[in-house]
Ligand binder design. Sequence first.
Ligand SMILES: NC(=O)CC[C@H](N)C(=O)O
Length: 364
Amino acid sequence: MEKKTAILMLQDGTTYKGTAIGAIGTTTGEICFNTSMTGYQEIYTDPSYYGQIIVNTVSHIGNYGTVHNENESSKPQINGLVVKSFSSVVSRLTAEGSLQDYLETANLVGISDIDTRELVKHIRTQGAMNAIITSEIEDLKEIKKRLEETPNMDGLELSSEVCTKEPYFVGDPHAAVKVAVLDLGVKKSILTNFTERGMLCKVFPSNTTFEQMKQWKPDGYFLSNGPGDPGAMDYAVETAKAILEADKPLFGICLGHQIISRAVGLETYKMHHGHRGANHPVKNLVSGRSEVTSQNHGFAVKMESIENNESVELTHKNLNDETVEGIKVNGKKAFSVQYHPEASPGPNDSRYLFTRFLELIQDN
Ligand SMILES: NC(=O)CC[C@H](N)C(=O)O
């Protein structure tokens, strides 16, 4: 493939020159980095990344190609991609295609040959910000103008843009346990973790109310991961409040955790640059065990708001920066975690949480 120059410009004006990868074009979004060593396809197709440009800190990307069963949703969801060394050689016998073809088919614009170490250090010190990648505009003033038109992630509601438009089922139709999944941008592997444990999932669009889901007579409710700011999602907070009010078994992951937290009066905030990777240490304060976890979030629940709230118990804490990683709602059958027990990519230390949810439903 003939190499074409691309430009990456950050909101603070920092500009990098590199090589175009994926589709030729222009894209904008919030720039953030993921430190996972493997699992690029799972990361790019995770709907929680919708609206974001991803920097992979692992320097070699594309080398094992793509396969359809590593998709976490129907297509890549990230807005753009920044890598160091992009491989056009695919070294996996079972690969179905190259990453270049995969990105091009999805019309996804990226840039390679960027000093990602330097870039990540910059984001780590300066914090989350918007960025633009272009392989078609050369005029820096024009690039800057396009970048300035990009909305800030703070205050953005994005779940309605990535969720299913119609309800659908996943799992054995005769399963003994039925789980209503509120799709805020759900990853496929979360649903697999439910179905593997004998649960049938009915996945509902993000704006479905408790009353509407209730008609299916679910045994439990799940609030999924997803993109955007939990502070802009009052409609989902109302749904969580209604589920809690009815005292039904309730589990939430990531955005779902932030929504449940807001429903019980906790506050969320935008982090300096978030947690994205597959080796974040978390302590389970109930069992005393530590877990190595997969994470992807740019917002979090305020610790101080938990300390002043008697209706919740802090169950999990991040060992790097002591942020909130999990809660349990006192007197209710509800719990949630900020991190990703389904991993994908990442370690399986936290999969017990899916079994805990099943047990909660069975006890009920
Ligand atoms: N993975 C997620 O569900 C992310 C939740 C939310 N969008 C955040 O960035 O914090």
